[in-house]
Design a protein around this ligand. Structure first.
Ligand SMILES: [Zn+2]
Length: 304
């Protein structure tokens, strides 16, 4: 009796772990990618906007935005938030290697604006109202901040703007070095984890330091102004999505066949692309938050 109980408990535990693993592996840019994007963004906030962000976060994260940047992935299958599950990506026509808002930004039923680009526009405009002191109680500003921060990470992950029939590489099963994976997951997580293991002693802080060094006076310093160039906050995410599908074609899908093994060559050539996208996501998220919560509006926010 006791052993039956133990074995059925173990079965339940194993099933639970399997379910958790499969849920977390579907269409979600890794925890590490989101944390880095959000930490980089928060480090680039001006004083006023930084204060607003801190005020919007729940006390238990002690002012750390990155602690909640994965939240939208954790709640996407909850009944209340099921409507958000299509907002993490964009399916574009197979092999087209292009993105067109009116053609591609919809959910599987054709409902317009239900994609990661539409979501960024929606939550940016909600936060703009907050910054102007005109928000109403329909919007939860903390959630808007978390969704925007998360989706700015997702839209920069090239395979989140992928082909329709393979679900952004999710159905392209392959091996990453010696273990089973799929092409979407390679870009979501495998490349980052391998980089952490190979070069950073599995320490995310060290990787972050390296990225920040390249923003402040290294590799990407001269690119910052072009990355943050944006006349219209609502239109700019189109550009980020177009960049992603172009990179997905040029580097993600290129030469990859289902069933094969990807290792050093793929890792070495794709790592720089992925790191740049993580940083671009962070720099651009900071640009948006600095603008929607600019000092002109911060006084209004603080007074409400
Ligand atoms: Zn996501």
């Amino acid at each position: 009796m006791a052993s039956t109980f133990r074995s059925s408990t173990r079965t339940i535990l194993v099933l639970g772990v399997l379910i958790l693993c499969s849920v977390s592996s579907v269409q979600s840019w890794s925890k590490e990618g989101h944390i880095l994007t959000c930490r980089i963004a928060q480090s680039l906030l001006e004083a006023g906007p930084a204060h607003v962000v801190e005020n919007l976060l729940p006390d238990y994260v002690k002012g750390d935005l990155s602690a909640l940047c994965v939240w939208p992935d954790q709640i996407r299958h909850w009944y209340k938030y099921r409507w958000t599950s299509h907002l993490h990506y964009i399916d574009t026509p197979d092999q087209a290697c292009s993105y067109d808002y009116s053609r591609d930004c919809h959910d599987q039923h054709g409902l317009k604006d239900m994609c990661v680009d539409g979501a960024i526009q929606n939550f940016t405009s909600q936060l703009q109202h907050y910054g102007e002191g005109t928000s109403d109680r329909r919007y939860n500003m903390t959630e808007a901040l978390l969704f925007l921060s998360h989706f700015m990470g997702d839209i920069h992950q090239p395979m989140h703007v992928g082909f329709t029939s393979d679900e952004g590489g999710n159905t392209i099963d392959l091996r990453w070095y010696r273990h089973k994976s799929n092409l979407h997951h390679v870009w979501d997580r495998e490349i980052i984890l391998t980089a952490l293991k190979e070069y950073y002693d599995k320490n995310l802080d060290l990787l972050q330091e390296d990225l920040v060094k390249n923003i402040t006076n290294g590799l990407w310093h001269d690119d910052l102004s072009s990355w943050t160039d944006c006349n219209d906050l609502i239109a700019c995410p189109h550009k980020y999505a177009s960049e992603s599908i172009a990179l997905a074609c040029k580097w993600g899908y290129k030469g990859v066949k289902s069933g094969e093994t990807l290792s050093e060559e793929y890792f070495n050539t794709r790592l720089p692309i992925l790191m740049k996208r993580i940083v671009q996501g962070g720099v651009r998220l900071a640009m948006i938050l600095n603008r929607v919560f600019s000092d002109d509006h911060a006084g209004v926010v603080a007074a409400t």
